[in-house]
Design a protein around this ligand. Structure first.
Ligand SMILES: *[C@@H]1O[C@H](CO)[C@@H](O)[C@H](O)[C@H]1NC(C)=O
Ligand SMILES: *[C@@H]1O[C@H](CO)[C@@H](O)[C@H](O)[C@H]1NC(C)=O
Length: 321
């Protein structure tokens, strides 16, 4: 406040020269930081002293979030007796004094949204009055309750493994606190030493998993404006059990795909080469030996490919079909 008073004093100081009376321009705000709840109005205070001349202009600019000032966008300006509003906030912006020519350039932003959070710059220009401070900053913080968090699991839920459950809300100001808990925990299963929580990051790490860790876990995201939650259902299995199921499905589909591909190729080759015409005793590569059933060739091809397939499945997952 001491600084602000000093600025006022400066602003009232008259500097006299032989040709003209020039007043030092001075802009200030009584509230450089405002916190409002989403949906309510925000008053962005800006007052100034200068002798209003014909070239007086007012600019309000907005820098979203914590972006650098260079990203400022003009949202409202007053020049030549007219007020102009720009951008998506224009309908919710009102000058407190219209026209803003009597030392008050404050604006009211109605029905604030989360994206209104950021820095607002009130800039007064009054040529030839260039001396002094011509702009002030107002930081607006729009508080919003946490959005519905996303619950995710990283790591494989196998016995003996470590996994981390994570929880995150994309919206929420102030930053939400995340609390994980197990819904209806079975008695005596959770060894506290194997559980680690971080309520600011929203993580729950479970180490050396046992089947007893299976269950439903809930994460509640909360801040002063409200809370929301998500669930994750954890089923802990033995690693090789899952491996066998995945391996069986995987192996079978590969074999089916290969058989299908071979059949497709053979049929196409036949379609591409209409009935071979024999000239003399020239032999075509793809011609069938007389008396040989075309189906037997198909069967041979797929059998030839099979050992490779079963080999890879066997070695990985120890399945014997
Ligand atoms: C689980 O975490 C502990 C401690 O961080 C580590 O010593 C252990 O090797 C991890 N186990 C697995 C299977 O990753
Ligand atoms: C993991 O759990 C098993 C069975 O509960 C136990 O025998 C083993 O010592 C544990 N391993 C570690 C690293 O805590």
């Amino acid at each position: 406040m001491a600084v602000a008073r000093q600025t006022w004093t400066l602003g009232l100081l008259l500097v006299t020269s032989r040709f003209a009376v020039v007043e030092l321009i001075s802009v200030l705000t009584s509230r450089p930081e405002i916190t409002v709840n989403v949906g309510t109005d925000a008053l962005l205070d800006c007052k100034y002293t200068t002798a209003i001349g014909t070239s007086f202009t007012l600019d309000w600019r907005f820098v979203p979030g914590s972006a650098p000032n260079a990203q400022a966008m003009k949202i409202l300006y007053y020049t030549n007796g007219e007020t102009y509003k720009l951008g998506p906030k224009s309908k919710r912006l009102k000058l407190v004094n219209e026209p803003p020519t009597r030392g008050i350039a404050s604006i009211r932003l109605e029905k604030t949204e989360s994206s209104d959070s950021g820095k607002y710059i009130c800039d007064i220009n009054n040529p030839p009055d260039f001396a002094g401070t011509s702009e002030i900053f107002v930081n607006l913080i729009v508080q919003v309750p946490p959005s519905t968090p996303q619950c995710t699991v990283s790591g494989k839920p196998h016995v003996g493994n470590n996994i981390t459950l994570s929880c995150r809300s994309t919206e929420g100001r102030p930053s939400p606190v995340y609390v994980w808990s197990e819904v209806n925990p079975s008695p005596g299963t959770s060894a506290a030493t194997n559980v680690k929580k971080d309520n600011s990051k929203g993580t729950l790490t479970l180490r050396n998993l046992t089947e007893g860790n299976s269950g439903t876990y809930r994460c509640v995201a909360s801040n002063i404006l409200g809370q929301d939650l998500c669930h994750v259902v954890l089923t802990v299995t033995y690693n090789n059990e899952l491996g066998v199921i995945v391996g069986a499905v995987f192996g079978t589909s590969i074999a089916l795909i290969l058989i299908g591909a071979v059949a497709y190729c053979l049929l196409h080759r036949r379609a591409d080469h209409p009935k071979p015409v024999f000239v003399g005793n020239e032999l075509r590569e793809d011609a069938l030996a007389p008396g040989k059933d075309p189906n037997s060739q198909l069967l041979e091809s797929s059998i030839a490919l099979r050992p490779g397939v079963s080999h890879s499945t066997d070695s990985k997952y120890n399945i014997v079909v």
